[in-house]
Design a protein around this ligand. Structure first.
Ligand code: HEM
Length: 459
């Protein structure tokens, strides 16, 4: 096997081999100990052992792809040979059959029906709502008074996605319920995804909290859908995702979605679109706090492009440096792991993969590979202006995945995040609270352990 420092092998004639196992495997436990103790560092270390490395989570074997070429082959070129895999299947009992957890023809059909809600025209409409939410966030701060940027970014991201989904159609009580239950579900989710299925039914507090929150979330969304259904019969169109899903028609069969399927899609989007954006945004504020010269350049650009008024959607494409800051934060703080499952036996890069085997890719580890990014641990937004051999290496940057399961909310996230960063930069400098060391905690996208910051007024 070659390390990711050299070009990965494409299909070559020659003997088919098994993927090498990562070192440190124990009977029954497999690699559970290093994964439990230091999951992020352990995943990153795998690239030293090959382009495809076998990992055992307990008795569950996973083939981790560490080269961009193999990841691209699995996500795009040979996507038809793979299903969703274990992480997604374990989430199905809670999230049902929305586009996040399904695959094959069903996924394709559903994705076609959900896609129009993410059309550019709609996103510009949502951008105005995002602008108002960002203004409200900024207006709630007092100069010199510490704020938790973890709480702030989560609230902002949830408001943005909830507004796009329900366009103000959620009652105060329902909004409070989504704010209460969604974080509990998101936090428990990662544990659920890797835990053996047999443990789900144990009446231990994490399971009880998780199940209760998931049930409340489903209940509240069912109520809103029932309400919308009644209103739709009266032809009221609210221009939001929910109205769109309720009226969406399958191009082949002419059928509409059942209320249950609509609920599953809404939950899928709330779940996939909240914590991801919130965490990325939190890291951006953290990085700006650690790099005052970068923050100053962002502020100068925002002053020049946006001026004194609120951020307008048309301003965003002109914020090129701010966009580089966003890309750089996405690179350093990417999703940790996604799975796929081989539907039939195959070979990949000369390695034999049996039917049913799990494969995984880690945007996080890929984006910190020194063969793909110069000084990968350094936060350097200017790297996105460089042109060199590394920049020409295809498929090295995949924060939103690729292929048929590529993030459906990628443009939404860009607008949402740039709007928040520009709005904050036009009013405040956020200074890290003294004496706090921000650590990285394992999560879907590794999260800051805490993020207290002090707003200093710019005007
Ligand atoms: C910075 C923010 C975000 C990041 C880094 C991110 C990342 C990703 C990635 C890597 C995938 C592909 C997973 C795979 O390969 O299986 C994905 C899928 C998805 N994302 Fe995002 N995402 C973000 C924001 C959003 C937002 C704002 C929404 C919705 C409002 C969203 C909705 C979805 C959905 C529904 C899928 C599943 C698509 C499918 O399987 O067809 N994401 N996201």
């Amino acid at each position: 096997m070659t390390g990711s420092g050299s070009m990965a092998r494409t299909e070559q004639p020659g003997p088919v081999v098994h993927a090498p196992a990562a070192p440190g495997r124990l009977p029954l436990l497999g690699h559970a100990l290093p994964l439990w103790r230091q999951p992020i560092a352990f995943l990153e270390s795998l690239r030293e052992h090959g382009d495809i490395v076998r990992l055992d989570i307990g008795t569950w074997p996973v083939h981790v792809l560490t080269s961009p070429e193999h990841v691209h082959a699995v996500l795009v070129q040979r996507a038809q040979q793979f299903g969703r895999g274990r992480i997604f299947e374990r989430l199905r009992p809670m999230f049902g059959n929305g586009i996040v957890t399904t695959d094959g023809d069903f996924h394709r059909k559903q994705r076609r029906m959900v896609q129009p809600a993410f059309h550019r025209n709609h996103i510009t409409e949502y951008a105005e709502v995002m602008g108002r939410a960002a203004e409200a966030m900024c207006a709630s701060w007092k100069a010199g008074e510490e704020v938790s940027m973890l709480t702030e970014t989560r609230r902002y991201a949830l408001s943005s996605v909830a507004e796009m989904t329900f366009s103000g159609g959620l009652s105060g009580q329902a909004i409070a319920e989504v704010h209460r239950s969604l974080p509990v579900v998101l936090e428990g989710m990662l544990l659920r995804a890797v835990m053996p299925k047999s443990l789900d039914l144990l009446p231990i507090p994490p399971n009880r909290r998780f199940d209760a929150a998931a049930a409340r979330l489903r209940g509240v969304i069912d109520e809103v859908i029932a309400q919308y259904g009644v209103e739709q019969a009266g032809q009221e169109d609210r221009h939001d995702l929910l109205s769109l899903l309720l009226s969406s028609v399958d191009a082949d069969t002419g059928a509409t979605m059942s209320a249950e399927q609509v609920r599953d899609e809404v939950i899928a989007i709330l779940f996939a679109g909240t914590e991801t954006s919130a965490t990325t945004l939190a890291w951006i504020f953290h990085e700006l706090g650690q790099h005052p010269e970068v923050e100053r350049r962002v502020q100068e650009e925002v002053d020049a492009v946006v001026g004194a008024g609120p951020v307008r959607p048309a301003d965003l494409p002109r914020l090129t440096y701010t966009n580089n800051v966003f890309q750089e934060a996405l690179r350093l703080h990417s999703p940790l792991l996604f799975t796929r499952r081989a539907l039939a036996p195959l070979t990949l890069g000369g390695v034999s993969i049996p039917a049913g085997a799990e494969l995984a890719y880690s945007p996080y580890a890929l984006h910190r590979d020194p063969a793909l990014f110069r000084d990968p641990a350094t936060f350097d937004p200017d790297r996105w202006e460089e042109e060199g051999e590394e920049q020409r290496r295809a498929h090295r940057f995949i924060p939103f995945g690729a292929g048929q399961h590529k993030c459906i909310g990628d443009s939404f996230a860009v607008w949402e995040i740039l709007t928040a960063v520009a709005t904050v930069a036009s009013r405040w400098t956020l200074v890290p609270a003294p004496g706090v060391t921000v650590r990285e905690l394992p999560a879907g996208i590794p999260q800051p352990s805490e993020l207290p910051m002090i707003p200093v007024s710019r005007h």
